[in-house]
Design a protein. Sequence first.
Length: 231
Amino acid sequence: MLYLFHGKNQVLSRQALTTFRGEYEPSALTTFSEFSFPEFVEACEARSLFSPQRLVVLEVPDQRRLPKDKRFLEYLRTIPEKTSVAFWVGGNLRKNHALFKLVRDAGEVQHFPASEEKPFPFLDALADKDLVGTYRELGKLSAKGRAELYLLQMIAWKVRGLLQVKTGCGEKLNPFVYRRAASQSKNFSEEELVGIFDQLVEADVAMKTGSDPKLVLDGLLYFVCGLGDPL
């Protein structure tokens, strides 16, 4: 599976990539900031001792440094079934770019434009267990074309922050994020947050295996607000 994270809002694209990367065992993850075709192929073909799935990430702040070798694009069409490749591009990748078209047709593209509707009011309403406010903010995000999988990743980022604060491990968080999380974490027990994180994993699998993303997200939002059953 191929993934592309790109757009001018590099803060959000980085957050989404970090959340996505956190789904893999460290031993199953390889990140490149400089491209080498032989090393890239070796990483894609390698097997992990502790996980059947692998993730190879290529981070390219300047899209002009994206690989132009035809062998590269041809290889992406033949990567092992249990290997996923994620590209992080700093800025907008043109829709007529060969890599964009390949990922669009064979994987998933997540775009983070600078003028996008911010997801933070949505996340704050959810962390306050305000279901009405959550759906009000969700409507704004949906009108801007925000995909359910993207919102799932942002919820995971929010829950991870709440859990870090709840367990006394939030000292590395941004001060503003920490203050918000410190207040909102009072709405949840540690057990609740762990349970929500488990449900996020279930939702991610469901969305990627054919379930209706909107229905999956609906079920998750009700569960986080304490009004629904597990997925």
